[in-house]
Design a protein around this ligand. Structure first.
Ligand SMILES: Cc1ncc(COP(=O)(O)O)c(C=O)c1O
Length: 229
């Protein structure tokens, strides 16, 4: 955002921009945002565009959230602690413990500004530049940008539409593990395929990670959007 702002400001003046970092030059634009621009151009040419590039919700936001905003009465919105708002940490811990039968609490929790920040932090703390993370392809396109920022190499394991994008077998996964592999990243339910991993697949992934000493990173952005149990 800062770079975008600088470019915008400088493009309106006679100054030129010093070279960007190698990291910034290697980081691709979000494919989703790129598509949005192309869609807008097509609309301007009179085409009818069906916007599948972003999941704009058509379900109502939780009433408690909207009421909380409407009745917010503090005069100053102050800094929160770095770890996050205590009541939010407690609510998340309770929800995760109930859903998964685990026992996490404040020491294990960190609130971030959305999933992107959480994923970039995770890549940064689990990997050094040059390390690898296995992903199941196709998956969320912006992992490419997060890996470029953190110097991590994403290694895609192809999943096929004929197999309903099922997670490849354990033997197949092991073929892709190298001395640089540090983690397996699973998007569950997966964006964009909607595939939900079975208990068996999850157990196999856990076993591989335990055996090979890898992190298992699970992006559950859509965990509330499973309607068939
Ligand atoms: C699977 C997945 N992970 C992460 C994100 C990024 O989430 P946020 O906007 O909270 O950074 C998205 C956003 O669409 C997503 O679909």
């Amino acid at each position: 955002m800062v770079v975008g702002y600088l470019e915008y400001t400088l493009s309106r003046s006679s100054m030129s921009l010093p070279p960007l970092s190698h990291r910034a030059q290697k980081t691709p634009a979000s494919p989703i945002r790129r598509l949005a621009g192309l869609a807008q151009q097509a609309e301007e040419r009179g085409a009818k565009v069906y916007r599948l590039n972003i999941g704009q919700p058509d379900i109502h936001s939780p009433a408690e959230f909207l009421e909380g905003l409407a009745h917010y009465s503090e005069k100053v919105v102050a800094y929160e602690t770095s770890q996050g708002h205590k009541a939010l940490i407690d609510a998340w811990s309770e929800s995760l413990n109930k859903d998964y039968g685990i026992d996490v609490g404040e020491p294990q929790m960190l609130i971030t500004m959305g999933a992107s920040e959480a994923l970039i932090f995770t890549f940064m703390v689990c990997c050094d530049p040059g390390d690898e993370i296995l992903i199941f392809d196709p998956t969320y396109a912006n992992y490419i940008g997060f890996s470029a920022i953190s110097g991590v190499r994403l290694v895609p394991l192809p999943c096929s539409i004929e197999e309903k994008f099922a997670i490849p077998t354990r033997a197949e996964i092991e073929r892709f593990i190298s001395p640089y592999t540090r983690a397996i990243l699973l998007c569950n339910p997966n964006n964009p395929t909607g595939t939900v991993a079975t208990d068996e697949e999850l157990r196999a992934l856990l076993e591989v990670c335990r055996e090979k000493d890898l992190y298992l990173i699970v992006d559950e952005t859509y965990r509330e959007f499973v309607y068939d149990g």
